[in-house]
Design a binder for this molecule. Structure first.
Ligand code: NAG
Ligand code: NAG
Ligand code: NAG
Length: 183
């Protein structure tokens, strides 16, 4: 019986090491959906995930904006966690995009999302936005969530954009968090 305990301990050890080594799979995209409600305003030329390497998934998005410039827009960011369907989780916030771009620190949740995207998008400057919106090879990094209270699981971030009081488009991004241990 002693042998069994030792082998069990050995296996647990191997298992933990395995999970720690598999750190590439910590935080990654699993799905993306883009929906433009009005072609006169936008068109998604690209909305896809691409595997860039083992456990590394890049997000590419090209939103053609047919009504430029964007001087005022409302953005609603809602996070969901999968638990018998997707349930609201942590934040559901609405911001004036141009005001946010000038006062990022005032919106911690929105800023957390923005900081994750800003190196990969051409829309990382203050208003007006006078061009199509591109996100190129965006990858998730576990550092992005190291300070956020997100347990292992499957998440959905829903981004809705409204201009002139009309909902224009919706982008749903799904991601998995797997730290290899619970925290
Ligand atoms: C987010 O909040 C808005 C009100 O600000 C509400 O209308 C909307 O239903 C909420 N969305 C979710 C998913 O809870
Ligand atoms: C963005 O780039 C800056 C400067 O190169 C870097 O310090 C930061 O970690 C990057 N952020 C992400 C999310 O890649
Ligand atoms: C804005 O995005 C471009 C790539 O589109 C990048 O080269 C630049 O470093 C980004 N600027 C900031 C402040 O993140």
């Amino acid at each position: 019986m002693k042998f069994d305990r030792i082998s069990l301990a050995a296996w647990s050890f191997v298992f933990v090491i395995y999970l720690l080594c598999d750190s590439e799979a910590l935080f990654k995209f699993t799905n993306i959906k883009c929906n433009c409600f009005e072609q006169s305003f936008c068109e998604f030329k690209k909305c896809e995930l691409k595997v860039l390497g083992r456990g590394i998934v890049g997000l590419n998005l090209y939103a053609k904006v047919n009504k430029l410039p964007i001087k005022k827009a409302k953005v609603v960011l809602a996070l969901f966690r999968r638990f018998n369907g997707y349930r609201p989780f942590l934040f559901n916030v609405s911001v004036d995009l141009c005001f946010f771009l000038k006062h990022k620190k005032r919106f911690p949740f929105v800023n957390m999302v923005y900081e994750g995207i800003q190196n990969f998008t051409n829309a990382n400057h203050s208003c007006p936005i006078n061009h199509d919106i591109i996100v190129d090879h965006m990858v998730l990094d576990d550092k992005m969530i190291s300070k956020a209270p997100v347990p292992n699981g499957f998440y959905k971030l829903s981004i809705n954009v409204q201009t002139d009081g009309v909902w224009r488009d919706e982008v749903d991004v799904h991601a998995e968090v797997n730290l290899g241990f619970e925290r």
